[in-house]
Write a protein that binds this ligand. Structure first.
Ligand SMILES: Nc1nc2c(ncn2[C@@H]2O[C@H](COP(=O)(O)OP(=O)(O)OP(=O)(O)O)[C@@H](O)[C@H]2O)c(=O)[nH]1
Ligand SMILES: [Mg+2]
Length: 351
């Protein structure tokens, strides 16, 4: 390396270091904004991750914790292949992953992540009236009606067989505050029926719950910039969210070195998610009165004898009686004439 090359190499190194320092400062600023949001919260939010099998739900939890703490660990089980890896209701709370040096940061209301089984989109339906296994399962989880470490493979099997769970009261500690829909960029299409069901569970059932979305495995898909933009728009429209509630990311894999760009993206997203204004609310249902039953149709009054036909019949009978009377009168006249004639004839003979 000659003197000129050495100077330009050192210059490039300085620029790289400056860029790294700039990005580290950026990360610090985002962390401060996140802490500000967390201090404004009264309690940790329960964040439920939902999505199809193997899309990277558990990896996303590990990646988020890595971005927060700076070190990767297996908080949630990750796997590969086409078998379910997460099969239980797995709750990962702040106490499991957060141990900062700063005493003041220890009590920050960092989220509790709820990792669940991958949902089979083919068991979902866009029909609002249909209670599918996925909608029933989500409803139980969202309302805190399933216990921690519950065997979700078994619950799905029993619900599929048409059984319903024995009444379990809702556990406030487990009710869901935020739903995070996880979709893989590797999948050719978005699971529309599953998204429709998530929308219904999050918006029109018992509670209204903010929904966020994450497109994982962006490193594994071969989409152009434009295709990726189109996919973002498609997902946001399907779920009914704005683009600031969507994260595109490459999850950390075990053994990966820290990556400032990944951390910044995830922390920025987490800061939005922890905004105190995004909170679940119980939908107050207004009571309605049943509509007044329509008045019964008036009962038809007994119809009076139809006068015209009555008089018609009476006249007919009167006519018949008159004719008979006339004929009787005629017969009587004839008979009395005959009698008088015979009497006269007999009188004449006697004379
Ligand atoms: N390249 C790459 N691989 C990923 C990414 N996210 C997850 N994976 C891999 O995808 C596989 C499945 O990841 P998981 O995190 O277990 O997925 P899951 O959705 O929790 O799976 P289930 O719990 O079985 O439903 C694992 O091999 C991960 O290493 C990503 O962003 N990029
Ligand atoms: Mg999993």
């Amino acid at each position: 390396m000659n003197v000129h090359e050495n100077i330009s190499f050192q210059g490039a190194q300085v620029l790289k270091m400056e860029e790294t320092t700039r990005r580290l400062n950026e990360k610090e600023k985002i962390l401060e904004r996140l802490k500000k949001n967390l201090r404004a919260l009264k309690e940790s939010k329960n964040v439920l991750l939902v999505g199809s099998l193997g899309v990277g739900k558990s990896s996303l939890i590990n990646s988020t914790i890595t971005a927060l703490t700076g070190k990767y660990d297996f908080y949630a089980d990750i796997g590969g292949g086409d078998k379910h890896v997460t099969t239980t209701f797995h709750r990962i709370s702040r106490d499991e992953y957060w141990d900062p040096e700063d005493e003041g940061d220890k009590l920050l209301c960092l989220p509790t992540f709820i990792d669940i089984i991958g949902l089979d989109a083919q068991l979902s339906s866009s029909d609002e009236k249909e209670d599918t296994v996925n909608s029933m399962l989500m409803n139980l989880i969202i309302n805190g009606r399933l216990p921690e470490n519950c065997d979700l493979l078994d619950v799905s099997k029993q619900l599929k067989a048409g059984k319903t769970i024995k009444d379990r009261s809702e556990e406030k500690k487990l009710t869901v505050d935020i739903i995070m829909v996880v979709i893989s960029a590797k999948s050719p299409s978005i699971p529309q029926t599953l998204i429709d069901e998530i929308y219904r569970e999050a918006n029109i059932k018992k509670r209204k719950i903010p929904v966020f979305a994450v497109l994982t495995k962006v490193d594994k898909c071969d989409m152009s910039e434009q295709e990726l933009e189109d996919k973002k728009t498609e997902i946001c429209e399907a779920i009914g969210i704005t683009q600031d509630k969507l994260l595109l990311c490459r999850n950390y894999q075990p053994g990966d070195a820290p990556d400032i760009e990944t951390d910044i993206k995830i922390l920025e997203f987490l800061t939005t998610l922890c905004n105190p204004r995004f909170k679940a609310v119980t939908l107050e249902k207004v009571e309605f009165e049943e509509p007044e039953p329509p008045p019964p149709p008036p009962t038809p009054a007994p119809s009076p004898p139809q006068s015209s036909s009555f008089w018609k019949t009476a006249l007919q009978w009167a006519f018949v009686v008159a004719v008979i009377a006339f004929f009787l009168y005629l017969i009587q006249q004839i008979l009395s004439k005959d009698n008088r004639y015979n009497q006269n004839t007999m009188n004449q003979r006697k004379m």
